[in-house]
Design a protein around this ligand. Structure first.
Ligand SMILES: Cc1cc2nc3c(=O)[nH]c(=O)nc-3n(C[C@H](O)[C@H](O)[C@H](O)COP(=O)(O)O)c2cc1C
Ligand code: SF4
Ligand code: SF4
Ligand code: FES
Length: 602
């Protein structure tokens, strides 16, 4: 297909976020740069090649975009570089096979605008992620970067606070606490020094929202923190990032250096006399260190354990001083609010949840990736329009929101609006934005067991309700998945859960029962199948599962036999196959690969 004759691509953006890097996108970036240099193109024709942070549709990475047309190529390999250079860069021809194909449709789509993954997205926190080279402060400034900080330096702290309050922004780290209110409380304390902290711990399994902002748009966080520090009167800030986030740490380190060189950090910022210093602290990776008081203990060099919050951190936080802690995404929203105004921000979203939210949409959904949507979008739009629906034509079963201590929301609630209050009303929570989609082959009892196991390992053990409650819950769930459960166990789990919610010291223990309570509420029948019928309907709990092949449906294609790693399936071509139960390890490969639904869970 020939495209856009005569168009010169001014920029080529190569996604070098972590997922694309894992698929060698750096070689694509350097390969294109090399060929363009070798070709000696005249300057007005030579496009600028930039390595960017995550472009969002990680499932289909590496992604290469050509601007200003916004022609997008997906799943590009280093081996495609020659063809991309020859055809698209030199001859302006589009390569059909590298364009996106909508799930269930044959036609290719050229641009992000036409791609249903992006259509309903609205980017505020991710406004620069995937658009700029995160190692270039110049790139950030060309898109308006640091203009909000400049503006804020001319505002009074009261004016900044009013703008943030007016925006209706609520913290994106989990609890959804109103950001403006937190800032005002901290600003109102007349003790110095004060500190600001960015929480980049992000310990939720499957979540990568904060990592992508740290990696893809580091200056938006620095600028947000600078504005917050001005509002409360802090001169020092800390970025707490988990050590496993190597690229995020490197990107932030470089951004801090560049901001210092430009005079945006350090003494006398923009010649205003204001001073702000920022440093990175690397976390050891304990999930509980994402909790604000544990995080502060960890920065101080103490064991990362939460403390009771009789006195709030805005009053006595880091080293006993007034401290303002916000999440990565919360900080990244701040410059846009200052630039465009609190009322602009509050015009987006729902009555009590303003603005947008970034989610990492993962699991059994076709378009796995990073999305930012206005608050109030429905789960159905998120999963079926943006996410493209369920992989392999299977049935949707549940979506887990809110990280390991969020809840599992069933099919009946797919039309529910995604905002802080609706999610809580459905016994889940927003959390920091992890969204894990599950299909009919997910066992909800096993899912609850998985999260309780995770939380039991991550509990700091300081308080009894969480430490012992989680252990006991895990024992009970292990028993149910092994066929040793009783109906009284369900009542015991509910009682344990309510006790933990009441008595645990910190948010980890208080919210830990959510996966159990929500699955008992919405999937009680599945628990009862494990207990009464000794059967796992999803075919996951090995002790409660058998597989058999239905003679009337089996075509004898042999695909299951080929995919059985232990040789448990026998049968001649075009004749019905059989499974040897003695040899079968219950891996489930045969049911997953059979195209005729001939394998049944016993
Ligand atoms: C166990 C636990 C883990 C947490 N992990 C994170 C985290 O990784 N990142 C985060 O921003 N907030 C996390 N939080 C929430 C923080 O304690 C805090 O509420 C939040 O960072 C405040 O920022 P915000 O007001 O901008 O949301 C966690 C809370 C708990 C109880
Ligand atoms: S609730 Fe759990 S993680 Fe929190 S303090 Fe108690 S034992 Fe530690
Ligand atoms: S479940 Fe796994 S081991 Fe058992 S027959 Fe099927 S493919 Fe073979
Ligand atoms: S890392 Fe490239 S699209 Fe997410």
């Amino acid at each position: 297909m020939n495209g856009h004759d005569g168009t010169n691509f001014e920029k080529i953006l190569v996604c070098c976020g972590t997922c694309c890097l894992a698929n060698n996108s750096m070689d694509i970036d350097s390969g294109l740069k090399e060929r363009i240099q070798q070709a000696g193109l005249p300057l007005e024709v030579e496009p600028m090649v930039k390595a960017t942070g995550c472009s969002g549709l990680c499932e289909n990475g590496p992604i290469v975009r050509f601007l200003p047309d916004d022609l997008c190529y997906y799943k590009v390999k280093p081996g495609d570089v020659d063809e991309v250079f020859e055809k698209t860069v030199l001859n302006k021809q589009e390569i059909d096979r590298l364009m996106h194909r909508e799930p269930e449709q044959r036609n290719r789509v050229r641009t992000r605008e036409e791609n249903s993954f992006y259509k309903k997205q609205f980017r505020i926190a991710l406004r620069n992620t995937g658009e700029i080279d995160p190692f270039s402060i110049q790139d950030y400034m060309e898109r308006g970067g640091y203009s909000a900080a400049k503006k804020a330096l001319k505002m009074t702290p009261e004016e900044i606070l009013t703008e943030i309050e007016g925006s209706g922004l609520r913290g994106r780290g989990g609890a959804g606490f109103p950001t403006g209110r937190k800032w005002r409380q901290c600003a109102g304390i007349g003790r110095y020094p004060k500190y600001t902290i960015c929480n980049g711990d992000e310990g939720d399994p499957g979540a990568f929202m904060d990592r992508c902002i740290l990696e893809g748009d580091p200056h938006s966080i620095i600028e947000g923190m600078l504005i917050g520090s001005l509002a409360i009167g802090a001169n020092s800030g800390y970025l707490y990032i988990r050590n496993e986030y190597g690229l995020a740490v490197r990107t932030m380190e470089e951004a801090i250096c560049q901001a210092r060189e430009k005079g945006f950090l350090g003494k006398n910022i923009f010649g205003s006399g204001y001073e702000f210093h920022l440093q990175i602290v690397k976390g050891g990776g304990a999930f509980v260190c994402g909790e604000s008081t544990a995080l502060m203990a960890s920065i101080e060099g103490n064991t990362g354990e939460p403390r009771a919050k009789y006195i709030r951190s805005v009053e006595r936080g880091l080293w006993g001083q007034p401290t303002l802690l916000n999440n990565v995404e919360t900080w990244a929203n701040i410059p846009e609010i200052i630039n465009r105004g609190g009322s602009w921000f509050s015009s987006i979203g729902t009555e009590k949840s303003k603005g947008t939210k970034v989610f990492s949409l993962v699991g059994k959904v076709k378009n796995n990736g990073l999305v930012e949507v206005p608050m109030g979008i429905t789960l159905r739009e998120l999963i079926f329009e943006i996410g493209g629906g369920i992989i392999g034509g299977r049935r949707f079963k549940a979506v887990q929101t809110g990280g390991p201590s969020g809840g599992c929301i069933p099919q009946e609630l797919l039309d529910m609006k995604v905002d802080f209050d609706s999610l809580e009303a459905a016994d889940s929570m927003m959390g920091s934005g992890g969204m894990i989609v599950m299909d009919e082959r997910t066992c909800m009892v096993d899912t609850a067991r998985y999260y309780i196991n995770f939380l039991s390992e991550e509990s700091c053990g300081k308080c009894v309700p969480c430490r012992e409650g989680l252990r006991r819950m895990l024992e009970v769930l292990d028993g149910i998945t092994e066929g040793k459960g009783s109906e009284e166990d369900l009542e015991l789990l509910i009682w344990l859960g309510s006790m933990m919610k009441e008595a645990a010291l910190c948010g980890l223990g208080k919210s830990a029962p959510n996966p159990v309570l929500s699955t008992i509420k919405y999937f009680r029948q599945e628990y009862l199948s494990h207990i009464r019928d000794q059967r796992c309907p999803a075919g996951i709990c090995k002790k409660l599962t058998t597989f058999r092949i239905l003679e009337e449906k089996c075509t004898g294609c042999g695909l299951c036999k080929k995919n059985c790693g232990v040789g448990a399936i026998s049968g001649k071509p075009r004749l019905s196959h059989v499974i040897d139960e003695e040899l079968c390890t219950r891996c489930g490969n045969c049911i997953d690969v059979c195209r005729f639904q001939a394998v049944e869970i016993g």
